[in-house]
Design a protein around this ligand. Sequence first.
Ligand SMILES: *[C@@H]1O[C@H](CO)[C@@H](O)[C@H](O)[C@H]1NC(C)=O
Length: 306
Amino acid sequence: MKVIVILYFIALINASLCSNGQWFDGQKCIACSSYCTEGCDETFGCKSCQSGYYLKNGDCVKCDSKCASTNDCVEDYGCVKCTVGTYSVDGNCLPISDKCDSAEGSSNQIFGCLKCVEGYYAKNGDCVEKPKQCIEFDQSSGCTKCSTGYYARNGDCVECDKKCTLCDGSTGICQVCGGNTYQTGTTVCTYCDEYCSNCDNTEQKCLGCQAGRYLNSTTNTCMLCPSNCEVDSCSDGVGCKKCKKGFFLHKQNACIACQSSCNECDSQEGCKQCKEGYTLNKDKGICSGATTILSLLLVALLIVAF
Ligand SMILES: *[C@@H]1O[C@H](CO)[C@@H](O)[C@H](O)[C@H]1NC(C)=O
C-alpha cells in the first residue's frame, strides 16, 4: 500500500512536470489527443473520445472508416464489426478474400471468410492456399496429412526435424531418428553428446565415446580423458585407471603431478620412488633432498682439508 501511495505521488510530481496539454504515462509526457471529450487527466490521459475515435491507453485513435457503425468501434480495441465485404482483424477492417466461397453464410462482417473455394481453406477469416506438400486436405481445417519430410500443423505443411529419418505426416512425431540422435519429445530428435560414438536411440543414451574421451555413466556424457592418463588406460564407464609416471590419479578423472623430487607416487604425500639424489622417507612418503649429498660432500671436503 505504502509503495502504491509513494508511486502515485511520484506520478503526480512527474505529471506536474509535463507542460499544459500533456499527460504523464508513467515514463514520459504525452500530448493530449485533440479528440478528447471530457478533458485530459494529467496521469491517465483522455477519459473519452469524440465519435469516430476510440480510447486506447489514454489516447484517441481513429476508427477504421469501414467500421459498420460508430457503436461497433469499442474502447481499447477498435472495430469489432465491419461493413459488408470486409471483416474485423485486430480492430481494423480487411477486405474478404476473393477466394471466399460466394454462397450465403460463407463469410460475415465479424469473422470474415468461413468457407473458401476449392483448393483453399479458411484460416482466421482469410483464405489460404492448400499447401503443395499436402496429401490429405480438409476445406475447413486445411491440410491434415503431408507428404514425406513434412507434417500437418494448423492446416499448413511444415518441414519435419532435419535429424528425423521417418516423420509422421499427420503429427510430426519422429518415428526413426537418424545418426547419432535419439527421440526426446514428439517432433524433434536430439543429438547424443556430440562426442558420443555410439548412441542408443531407444534407450536414449550414449554407449561409447570417441577416442580421447570416456563415458561418464552418471551424466551420460563423454568426458575428456586427463591429459596425463597412461595410454589405453582411459575407458568408458570408468574414466582414467592409471596415470603416467610422475602423476597420481584423483577420482578417476584427473592426473596430478607428484612432488618435484618424486618419480612415482599414489598421492601428494605418497611418494613411492624418489628422483636421483633424493631419499625416501617411508613414514612420511616424501623425499628428502640433495642437502644430504651436499652435507656429505662438505664433510668429505673438510676431511680432505684437514
Ligand atoms: C561423472 O560425473 C559426476 C557428476 O558430474 C562426477 O561427480 C563424477 O566424478 C564423474 N565421474 C568420472 C569418472 O568422471
